[in-house]
Write a protein that binds this ligand. Structure first.
Ligand SMILES: Nc1ncnc2c1ncn2[C@@H]1O[C@H](COP(=O)(O)OP(=O)(O)O)[C@@H](O)[C@H]1O
Ligand SMILES: [Mg+2]
Length: 213
């Protein structure tokens, strides 16, 4: 596989680096897991491999559930990387604040719908925040499934929605009330949505209780 030298570094996260590149005449993003170096090399390698497989598998599961995700062009297990379609969009986190209110509302309806579709398909994202949603024209593309799992557990879905709420309130505090739109849309599109949101309340109560101790 011939790869050009990367042209721009998107962001170097703690666990992965993201590069824009051209691959077989396509504009791609290469997500490469960074080897931490403080674990045993064999354990490290096995962990990286299983995380990449997990991320790719969940992206495919999400796609099967009708959720927009980047196309995966190649999974390079030896090189710890996934080569995927580059989404020409902005993070919902960066867009939501400045959009006209009705448009922001629409986006929030979509966030609720996408979360519902993921959960109805038993995909728990694991890092469900507006940083991991890219707005490309009218569609929202979900990324970063590295912490995700395939499960029907209401508790895990509750943790997903709890994280989404916390991240939403901190990133979009001036439009925090729009999370009600997210929740209404989630419940509308997922038959077990009410159950999950009850679980979120329980998780919040537990959190408050533990913090007091
Ligand atoms: N397919 C993609 N197309 C365009 N940008 C992407 C793509 N994948 C990731 N990015 C950009 O890189 C950032 C980090 O990627 P992400 O998969 O969320 O990794 P991390 O685990 O570091 O959060 C994203 O917030 C987004 O800005
Ligand atoms: Mg991310």
């Amino acid at each position: 596989m011939a790869l050009q030298v990367s042209v721009s570094v998107h962001r170097v996260g703690a666990e992965a680096r993201l590069d824009s590149d051209t691959w077989m005449d396509r504009e791609v993003v290469i997500k490469q897991r960074v080897v931490k170096g403080y674990r045993h090399p064999v354990i490290d390698k096995n962990l990286q491999t299983s995380r990449i497989k997990n991320e790719a598998r969940l992206m495919l599961e999400a796609r099967k559930g009708g959720i927009a995700v980047p196309i995966i062009y190649s999974i390079d297990l030896a090189g710890n990387r996934i080569i995927m379609e580059e989404i020409k969009g902005v993070r919902v986190k960066d867009a939501l604040q400045d959009l006209p209110y009705p448009r922001a509302r629409e986006i929030c309806e979509k966030i609720g719908e996408i979360s519902a579709m993921l959960h109805a398909h038993d995909v728990v994202h694991g890092d469900l925040t507006t940083s991991n949603m890219l707005l490309e024209g009218d569609r929202i593309v979900m990324i970063d499934f590295s912490l995700g799992s395939k499960t029907s557990e209401i508790e895990d879905k509750g943790v997903d929605m709890h994280l989404l709420e916390e991240a939403f309130h901190s990133a979009h505090h001036s439009r925090a009330e729009l999370f009600d739109v997210v929740k209404a849309s989630y419940v509308h599109h997922y038959e077990r949505g009410d159950e999950v949101l009850k679980k979120v309340k329980e998780i919040e109560r537990r959190g408050r209780y533990t913090r007091k101790e």
